[in-house]
Design a protein around this ligand. Sequence first.
Ligand code: PLP
Length: 449
Amino acid sequence: TQPDPSRGAAVKATDRAHVFHSWSAQALIDPLAVAGAEGSYFWDHDGNRYLDFSSQLVNTNIGHQHPKVVAAVREQAARLCTIAPGFAVDVRGEAARLIAERTPGDLDKVFFTNGGAEAVENAVRMARLHTGRTKVFSAYRSYHGATAAAINLTGDPRRWPSDTASAGVVHFWAPFLYRSPFHAETEEQECERALRHLEDVLVFEGPQTVAAIVLETVPGTAGIMVPPPGYLPGVRKLCDKYGVVLILDEVMAGFGRTGRWFAADHWDVVPDLLTFAKGVNSGYVPLGGVAISAEIAATFDRRPYPGGLTYSGHPLACAAAVATIGAMAEEGIVENAARIGEEVLGPGLRELAERHPSVGEVRGTGVFWALELVRDRATREPLVPYNASGEDNAPMAAFTAACRAAGLWPFVNMNRTHAVPPCTVTETEAKDGLALLDEALTVADAYTG
Ligand code: PLP
């Protein structure tokens, strides 16, 4: 497509007149008018092209406009656009089968939703009905979605304006050695203390009142803290000991992001419920869901499951999932994510950290990396205060603007930038992204010392 600035201006004017944007002060935003996208890139109407190191909201795992997925949606649209969830249809069954084939252990039944938050809502409902208990545990430094139960479970400041004290949620600290809540100095200490803390909170809350522990297998937006090796197996053991349902939220970490189909595969942990969305079909058509263990599914064999959605298992979304999972398997896309992480992004980001005083820590796996930006490496003071806005956030705003000016679209949250390109990213693209980050980090460096 040829650049057309006047078209861009018209698109933006209509947007500003009528679109009410998420998470934003409406008068203070200036959304980029996008003209198109392909693979790891998208572009605006002025002819600016951006290397997408955000995968949008960390969902386009297969890249933009993958031809097999576009064709599948087109073919399904011609065949059957919509049908109520109560009917059996080929693409819905096939999507569920392909998902169940890949989810860990005996998670062989799938309840479909339209996105991640609804998946979390339904997983919590299933856990409460299955156990007859109400409380749900979740971690600080987490994000689980913006609907009622999901936002209450969320352990970041997005919860604060929507918090309802009656939600029955109890927050605890999960391991994060760089900013250890337990004053630990080694991963082993962090892991052991985090598990002891979780058990203490469980015991003091009364385990017989706790339905579920909800955890992001690898917390995403909150900072990509890959847990120490013993942590998730330890949480699994606590859940078994106290009869608590383990819900792993893989909305962001699932479908290749960490270099495995599911992040739980890194530690061979089998949850009772697993929530997914985003990468299941890269968001070409909205889709999410809950993968359910045999035991929890059996709870609803003779007792109706009291939940549903008009668009549960929407044929267009399921057709996109079938094509996405097929293409990911045929083209070795999960393996590509693992290789790019090990050979290009991991070493490249660590090399940037050596040269840039603003980088306090690099952590991640696959195409799921965070750079923790700091004012001072010794004190680990974040480049901007927790939940900063306005002037306080100026250093991160300047860093973000420098990335965009260089042609890199970063994923920025608080004092962190995440390198989260599509799982299809090529070695050359990943290296280009590192070079652009290198340039932009000099802007962050200016705020250190
Ligand atoms: N859970 C996790 C781990 C997420 O990262 C997100 C979204 O970023 C959600 C749940 C909510 O998903 P959705 O925005 O599709 O409702």
